[in-house]
Design a protein around this ligand. Structure first.
Ligand code: 1CP
Length: 352
């Protein structure tokens, strides 16, 4: 057997993929959202002078940044270094990621005529992604790579608002005021997101996460009517690959059942809902990912460990596959050593 195909066998048997499938694990696997590209000094060094979106188009740099937290913390999965707006940039939208701000869109999408600017994403548009994933699969060995995309609602929020937004006013105005235009926008974005995920899976990603970070701004009835169909389309489009599909949002306690219904294999939970209660809301047959409050990382080690132990105990009560994670991304300014210690603690504490 070639080294590459032997690695593929080891990857399938990794604690992370086993937990996603709800199978027995030797210990609880752990990775952190936004583990790549935050405060690591080695990250800041390689990014020096290179704008964010440009860095996403350089395969060797992407591979290096993706590997950094794997080497440093010994996490059980790598998250591909990119951004949810990369496919939108790749189809020609005039957008940028401004340091300290986030994605900014020059001409927001607000009318039916604007929709014409959202063409399909072709694999040729993101050759650099295929290349970077290929490099990583070689370097990661038995550690799985998680590909990702933004969910239609969260992408729509940036496109319609023109940038980061607290209350998503323009986005909701379109959703409530012109449901047909909204539906067509969501459908376009579902195609783009699923095409972006397919590129990553075909290049070798062994799980995918759909980030609907801002879906928690919606009431369940609105989520069901105006958002769920598009996210379900993304999950359907990649179902046949058989890789675990993770669905994550922040402040989505009231939406957990619907987010599971959208088709995920693993539902991400923030810190506001304990995992045993999350299990009841999500229903049977789906694993859970989460859910340590990221702010806890700034407390003394003993407090971090108490809180992490609570997460592990509650997950055990939930009685299903569990991937340890934070309830949202690693905060900037987190002490990297706190993350390394936490990985070690989760592994030791959960050993079976
Ligand atoms: O470790 C990783 O997760 C690395 C890859 C990654 C991912 C998964 C980045 C790099 N961005 C994302 C996803 C992403 N991007 C999400 C979903 C996850 C989440 O909720 O945190 C969202 C909402 C974005 C949009 C975005 N891009 C923001 C948020 C802005 C807001 O509305 O508050 C920001 C600040 C960015 C820029 C960005 N993306 C990634 C990095 C390393 C950076 C900072 C780059 C820089 O300023 O130089």
């Amino acid at each position: 057997m070639s080294a590459q195909s032997q690695n593929a066998v080891f990857v399938q048997d990794s604690p992370f993929l086993r937990a996603c499938r709800g199978e027995a694990v030797p210990y609880t696997p752990v990775w952190f959202m936004r583990q790549a590209g935050r405060s690591l000094p080695e990250y800041l060094k390689v990014r020096e002078g290179i704008p964010m979106l440009e860095s996403c188009t350089r395969p060797e740099l992407v591979a290096e940044i993706t590997m950094q937290p794997v080497r440093r913390h010994g996490v059980d999965a790598a998250i591909f270094f990119s951004d949810i707006v990369v496919p939108l940039k790749a189809i020609g939208l005039d957008l940028d990621i401004k340091p300290g701000v986030g994605p900014v869109v020059a001409d927001p999408i607000r009318t039916r005529a604007d929709l014409a600017r959202l063409r399909d994403l072709e694999p040729e548009d993101v050759r650099y992604i295929t290349e970077a994933v290929g490099l990583l699969v070689g370097q990661l060995g038995a550690v799985p790579l998680i590909g990702f995309a933004g969910a239609p609602f969260t992408l729509a929020s940036y496109l319609v608002e023109g940038g980061p937004s607290r209350n998503h006013e323009h986005t909701k105005a379109m959703m409530y005021g012109d449901p047909e235009l909204w539906r067509d926008l969501m459908d376009r974005l579902a195609d783009i997101s699923s095409a972006f995920l397919k590129v990553q899976i075909e290049a070798g990603a062994s799980a995918v996460q759909l980030f609907d970070s801002w879906a928690g701004a919606l009431a369940p009835a609105d989520y069901r009517r105006h958002v769920l169909p598009a996210s379900a389309k993304v999950f359907d489009e990649v179902a046949s690959y058989g890789v675990p599909r993770i669905h994550f949002g922040v402040g989505t306690g009231e939406l957990l059942g619907l987010m599971g219904e959208a088709g995920a294999d693993v539902v991400g939970v923030d810190w506001r809902v304990p995992l045993d209660e999350a299990a009841r809301r999500v229903g049977p047959g789906k694993a859970l990912q989460g859910n340590l409050d990221p702010a806890v990382l700034f407390a003394p080690t003993s407090a971090v460990e108490d809180k992490a132990r609570q997460v592990l105990d509650t997950a055990r009560t939930a009685g299903r596959g569990h991937v340890f994670n934070l309830g949202h991304g690693v905060p900037p300014n987190t002490d990297p050593d706190a993350l390394t210690r936490l990985v070690d603690f989760v592994h030791r504490e959960s050993e079976r």
